[in-house]
Design a protein around this ligand. Structure first.
Ligand code: GLV
Ligand code: MN
Ligand code: MN
Ligand code: MN
Length: 400
């Protein structure tokens, strides 16, 4: 079956009528129905599906075992995200199995399609939660205490989905079985458009992290409180937005984004008592990223002080620069007739796994260059080129 028709099958799941695009978050009803859909698709292909201790799904073609070749991605999205970020890697893996079967290929090594849980952190705030838990990159107690915007903890959400929170955490057995992980993903920038290529391989991922800035002032009445009597945390919060742009603009290639602000209590006629501001900052190296964040933090502290507010800053997640295994990257590029290698600013489960196992990524051209938004796209022909590329590299790995 083609990747586009598989995407068509799930096109109605998790549509976000108010934001546009899709909102499919870890263990919410939309993501749970996508997981069910995946289990059924895998079963139709005779694959054996297991769910690991951390909520990641594995569909095995043949028996599980060591030195396994793993491909896959995630099914969750950012709030109001596109149709391709995540699902394209999953449907392409299913379509690659179909293509290999049609050619009479049988895996000579263990092979599985993986669906990682809560990759975007759109519900619990920390990206790549399933792969971080599996690889020990996050302490299970920290993960289980994360809360979604409705106050539901990750522990409660996974229990409701039938998982045992007490068993979550580093899974050495699962990690030890992975001989190599290859994640196919829609490109999230304009690299392949500019190179005029439908498919490429990833070279690196920017260092990146998320920080919560909590400004606390004094909640009060919007009409009855003279301007001079206010300690309004919205003031330093607003200045933080400008400081983030200024700090990132002064460093080549750095990015700083504030895409989420939450005033508490959040009333039009209420001076907020607290404003939480989430910063996403990225740059080529750990040092540069940390310097950019330090500059933004300094600006936040002085803006808070000027308004008589307090500021606390919490690092919610962080990942250093990822350089993908150059041998594997070059081997894949050569197997695909010399496709280009390109860096990305987006985070992926592949970036988490790269610290543990040989890992590579294939990118499929995105003609809009837009991602994490409804305009994200991949043409059906390019999706098929992606499936063919994935099947080609899997065939090489499964037959050697
Ligand atoms: C996830 O896709 C990220 O890069 O934030
Ligand atoms: Mn994403
Ligand atoms: Mn993704
Ligand atoms: Mn991602």
């Amino acid at each position: 079956m083609s990747a586009s028709s598989l995407l068509g099958d799930i096109a109605d799941v998790g549509r976000d009528r108010s934001r546009g695009g899709y909102s499919r978050h870890g263990f919410d009803s939309a993501e749970l129905s996508l997981r069910e859909w995946f289990v059924a698709e895998a079963a139709d292909r005779g694959l054996d599906v297991t769910c690991d201790r951390n909520g990641n799904l594995w569909a095995w073609w043949g028996p599980p075992g060591p030195d396994a070749i793993i491909t896959g991605s995630h099914l969750d999205s950012v709030p109001g995200g596109g149709a391709f970020d995540g699902p394209l890697g999953v449907v392409s893996a299913l379509a690659a199995v179909d293509a290999m079967r049609a050619k009479g290929i049988k895996p000579s090594k263990p092979f599985a399609i993986v669906v990682f849980a809560e990759e975007e952190g759109g519900r619990f705030g920390v990206a790549c939660l399933g792969s971080r838990l599996m690889s020990g990159a996050i302490d299970p107690a920290t993960a289980l205490n994360l809360r979604d915007p409705d106050g539901i903890s990750f522990a409660e959400a996974v229990s409701a989905a039938g998982l045992d929170p007490a068993r979550m955490g580093r899974d050495d057995e699962a990690l030890a079985n992975i001989g190599c992980f290859i994640e196919l993903h829609v490109e999230q920038g304009r690299g392949l458009i500019d190179l005029d290529a439908p498919v490429g391989v990833a070279s690196s991922i920017l260092a990146h992290g998320r920080w919560r800035f909590s400004f606390t002032g004094e909640g009060n009445h919007a009409g009855a409180t003279p301007i001079g009597d206010r300690r309004d945390p919205m003031l330093p919060a607003s200045q933080l937005v400008l400081a983030a742009r200024a700090a990132a603009s002064s460093v080549d290639g750095a990015r700083a984004t504030i895409g989420r602000i939450q005033p508490i209590p959040g009333g039009t006629n209420v001076i907020a008592s607290t404003v939480d501001v989430w910063l996403d900052a990225r740059a080529a190296t750990d040092e540069v990223t940390r310097n950019v964040v330090a500059e933004i933090k300094a600006a936040g502290l002085s803006a808070a002080e000027a308004e008589g507010c307090e500021l606390t800053v919490t690092e919610e997640s962080y990942g250093d620069t990822v350089i993908f295994d150059p041998v594997l990257r070059d081997r894949l590029a050569a197997q695909l007739g010399g496709v280009p290698a390109l860096p990305t600013g987006a985070g992926h489960d592949a970036g988490i796994l790269a610290a543990h196992v040989p890992t590579a990524m294939l990118f499929v051209r995105n003609p809009t260059g837009i991602s994490h938004a409804p305009a994200e796209h991949a043409e059906p022909d390019d999706c098929e080129a992606g499936v063919a590329a994935l099947a080609t590299v899997l065939e090489h790995h499964l037959s050697t």
